[in-house]
Design a protein around this ligand. Structure first.
Ligand code: SF4
Length: 426
């Protein structure tokens, strides 16, 4: 008998080959909540965690959210082991109440505070007349920063949007941190069918939350606002599924808005036909035809982006995202699978992405920082997903054209990447 020793792996090697899903492989998920809160005017944020978390989170918040002071009790090993977390949290909240012009104190309870036994329920609801909200976002409970945005927004809504008010007819509340032009473009199209955007959340002011209370319907432009949508829906607000992405997505979304807001069907169909005509006119040449594109990110809207590329003619066999699978991702997932996407990975890891690189010959990688560092070395044109997303509109025909044109330019850069590989190999 000849044993095939080449096939044998030790338990240690096996564990190394398996993908670890216990840690999120992204920036601290609490950052999403911190971003939503620090960008609100008048909010004083208090982080309850150890000094390491505080250092990292205040750094990224100053960089990617708002340049605002964040308060935190000094919690090192000595303080944590002496069981003084509750007292330290209370003292920090009282300190926050002294900040000039503070209109809300937002307390974030993170991994270390939670495991050290912080009793969030016992923290005050108000200090010196200033409301206090507590948001629990330890990474072992909230696995990605987009989902932490939802937790923060839902907590704000539950505190400030409570009473039933007469809704402003034919108005829509949008959920999602989008390119600033997107809500304006959506609003101008909605006005042609007799509706309008009332407000886009998360925003910059607490007043916008009160305004949201009056919306007739709500639409999540990103598929991870589960808690926020559920809360507004419980209050009687109609929910519009999906987002106005690409030709097909835009048509379906406009029809859904028409039904939810009881708009004139004929007018809606006319505008749908106009939008479809513009979109199909552009897509007729299939600008991305022949290209195989890799999509991976941790923003939570990767499935939407993949749809755009496929409508542009690209083959997108693999999409990965940091968010979890839910009812809000179901329609996009079904659409992608029906249009040639073979693998859709939720709660992705870098190991998942690396395995996919071996399965298809990619012409372009739109991915995370660590992934694109690897694929650039292989001579594949590669860009950082977040940068691509943050600088141009995404929705309706305008967003579709802007993105597809940009991707076409990126595909043309293949010779430059290959020259770079040859240069360093020489
Ligand atoms: S809150 Fe948790 S995930 Fe975030 S930096 Fe601290 S320990 Fe890490």
């Amino acid at each position: 008998m000849v044993a095939d020793f080449g096939q044998q792996t030790t338990p240690k090697e096996q564990r190394a080959a398996e993908t670890c899903k216990l840690h999120p492989q992204t920036m601290c998920p609490a950052f999403g909540a911190l971003r939503v809160l620090t960008r609100l005017e008048g909010v004083q944020t208090v982080l309850i965690s150890d000094t390491g978390c505080f250092y990292g989170l205040s750094f990224v918040a100053h960089f990617y959210a708002a340049r605002k002071s964040i308060l935190a009790p000094a919690l090192g090993t000595a303080e944590l082991s002496s069981g003084k977390v509750q007292e330290a949290a209370l003292a920090a909240i009282e300190e926050a109440a002294k900040a000039p012009n503070a209109t809300l104190i937002a307390v974030l309870s993170l991994c270390v505070a939670e495991t050290a036994g912080l009793a969030v329920e016992l923290l005050p609801k108000e200090v010196a007349g200033i409301p206090v909200i507590c948001i629990r976002v330890p990474a072992y409970m909230i696995h990605s920063h987009p989902e932490a945005k939802d937790i923060a927004l839902a907590t704000l809504l539950k505190r400030f949007v409570q009473t039933e008010k007469t809704s402003q007819e034919k108005t829509l509340v949008l959920l999602g941190e989008v390119f600033p032009a997107d809500p304006l473009i959506i609003d101008s199209l909605l006005r042609t069918i007799g509706a309008r955007v009332l407000v886009t959340l998360p925003g910059r002011s607490l007043d916008e939350l009160h305004l949201a209370e009056q919306g007739a319907a709500v639409a999540a432009l990103h598929p991870f606002y589960r808690d926020s949508l559920a809360y507004l829906n419980e209050r009687g607000m109609a929910v519009i599924g999906g987002a106005p992405i690409g030709a097909e997505g835009t048509a379906n979304w406009l029809r859904a808005v028409g039904v939810a807001l009881d708009l004139d069907e004929e007018t809606v169909e006319q505008v749908v036909a106009q939008e479809e005509q513009k979109a199909r006119g552009f897509l007729a040449s299939q600008p991305l035809k022949g290209a195989t594109i890799f999509v991976s990110g941790y923003e939570g809207n990767e499935l939407l982006y993949a749809r755009l590329l496929i409508e542009g003619g690209a083959h997108v066999p693999y999409v990965s995202t940091s968010i979890g699978q839910s009812l809000l991702t179901a329609a996009d997932e079904t659409w992608l699978r029906a249009h040639g996407t073979k693998e859709i990975i939720y709660r992705k890891s870098l190991e998942d992405d690396k395995k996919a690189l071996d399965k298809w010959p990619f012409d372009l990688v739109i991915g995370t920082t660590s992934l694109v560092a690897l694929t650039k070395e292989q001579g594949i044109p590669s860009v950082y997903y977040t940068n691509v997303l943050s600088v141009r509109p995404l929705f309706l025909v305008a967003g579709m054209i802007a993105n597809i044109m940009m991707v076409r330019d990126l595909l043309n850069r293949k010779p430059i990447y290959q020259q770079m590989v040859s240069f360093f190999a020489a």
